[in-house]
Ligand binder design. Structure first.
Ligand code: NAP
Ligand code: GCO
Length: 289
C-alpha cells in the first residue's frame, strides 16, 4: 500500500541542477539522488565540472556533467538535448547557478550590474525556457528557483543581486501563472545565510583572530544564532521537487532559521562560547567580495 513517504520519492525522474559542482547545488543534487532521481549538472568551466563529477562519484551518485553557461541560449539548448539523449526529458530544473558582487551601487559599473542580472535573472529565464516545452508536452514538471532573503530585503552593496533575486521571485510567480495549467509547478527556495563559498568572505576572521562583525551580526539576527549549512536545505528541495508539493505553486519558501521573522538582538550580548562551529567548504577559493 502506498504511504505518504512515497509522495517524496523521485524514482525515475531526471533532475538538472545548474551550477551544482559544490555549494547548495551539490546538496540539492545529492538529496535528489538519494530520493531516486538521475542527476544532470552544469558549471561554468571544466575544472568545476570535474570537481563536481568527483564529488558525485564519491557520494555514489551517477551524474552527467558538462560545461554550460546558463546565460548562453545555444549552450543551454545543447545541454538539454544531451541530457535528453542520455537520461530522457528533464522533469526537475533547479535554477541554482548564481553570482554576487558586493559593491556600493554608486561605485558599481554597468558591466558589473549586467553580469549579476544576466546570471541570476536571465539565466533562470533561459534555462526554464529550454525545459518548458517538454514539460508542457508531458503535462508534468517542477522548476525550483534560487531566490534569497534579498528577494524581500535590501542591504548595502548588493543592489544588483537584490534586484535580480526580486525579479526571480516574480519570474517564479509568472511561470506558475502561465504554465500551471500543464501541471507544472514553479516555486523558489529562499535560503537565509548559508555557509558556502559564496558567503565565506562574510565570515573571514579579523586580523586579530576575532569573529567577523558580519558573522556576529547575522547570528544576532537569527534565532538559532547560527549560519545555515547546505544539509539544512536538502529536505525542502526534495519536497518541492516531488509529488508531495503538486498543489504548491508560485511560492518562495524561506528556509532561514527564522531571520526574516525576528527583529534581532544586540550583537554585543551574544555569548560566542555557545556558537555552533561552521563546517566551511574549503575546496573552493573564497569569492572576492
Ligand atoms: P556559489 O557557492 O557561488 O555556487 C554557485 C555556482 O554557480 C558556482 O559553481 C558558480 O561557479 C556557478 N555559476 C556561476 N555563474 C554561472 C553561469 N553563468 N553558468 C553556470 N554556472 C554558473 O553559490 P551558493 O552559495 O551555493 O548558492 C547557490 C544559489 O543559491 C545562488 O543562486 C545563490 O544566489 C543562492 N543563495 C545562496 C545563499 C547563501 O547564503 N549561500 C543564500 C540565498 C540564496 P563559480 O564558482 O565560477 O562562481
Ligand atoms: C550577502 C549574502 C546574501 C546571501 C543570501 C541571503 O552578501 O548579503 O551573500 O546575499 O547570499 O542571498 O539570503
Amino acid at each position: 500500500m502506498e504511504t505518504i513517504l512515497d509522495k517524496f520519492k523521485l524514482d525515475g525522474k531526471v533532475a538538472w541542477i545548474t551550477g551544482a559542482s559544490y555549494g547548495l547545488g551539490l546538496a540539492y543534487a545529492t538529496a535528489f539522488a538519494q530520493a531516486g532521481a538521475k542527476i544532470a549538472f552544469n558549471d561554468i568551466n571544466q575544472e568545476l565540472v570535474d570537481k563536481g563529477m568527483a564529488a558525485y562519484k564519491e557520494r555514489g551518485i551517477e551524474s552527467y556533467g558538462a560545461v554550460c553557461d546558463v546565460t548562453d541560449e545555444a549552450a543551454v539548448a545543447k545541454f538539454v538535448a544531451d541530457v535528453k539523449a542520455k537520461f530522457g526529458p528533464i522533469d526537475i530544473l533547479v535554477n541554482n547557478a548564481g553570482i554576487i558582487k558586493r559593491i556600493p551601487m554608486v561605485e558599481m559599473s554597468k558591466k558589473q550590474w549586467d553580469q549579476v542580472i544576466n546570471v541570476d535573472l536571465c539565466g533562470p529565464f533561459v534555462c526554464s525556457k529550454a525545459v518548458l516545452p517538454d514539460m508542457i508536452a508531458r503535462k508534468s514538471g517542477k522548476i525550483i528557483n534560487a531566490c534569497s532573503m534579498m528577494s524581500e530585503l535590501g542591504r548595502e552593496t548588493v543592489s544588483a543581486y537584490a534586484a535580480a533575486k526580486g525579479g526571480l521571485k516574480m519570474l517564479t510567480r509568472n511561470i506558475c501563472s502561465e504554465y500551471g495549467q500543464y501541471n507544472i509547478q514553479c516555486n523558489a527556495i529562499g535560503p537565509g545565510y548559508i555557509a558556502t563559498p559564496q558567503t565565506a568572505a562574510l565570515r573571514e576572521k579579523q586580523a586579530d583572530g576575532s569573529m567577523a562583525p558580519f558573522d556576529r551580526f547575522i547570528r544576532s539576527k537569527t534565532p538559532a544564532q547560527r549560519w545555515g549549512q547546505t544539509e539544512d536545505l536538502m529536505g525542502l528541495a526534495v519536497f518541492l521537487a516531488s509529488p508531495a508539493s503538486d498543489f504548491i505553486n508560485g511560492q518562495v519558501v524561506y528556509i532561514d532559521g527564522g531571520i526574516t521573522a525576528y527583529i534581532g538582538q544586540d550583537p554585543s550580548q551574544l555569548d560566542e562560547s555557545k556558537f555552533t562551529e561552521i563546517k566551511e567548504d574549503t575546496s573552493v577559493k573564497v569569492k572576492a567580495e
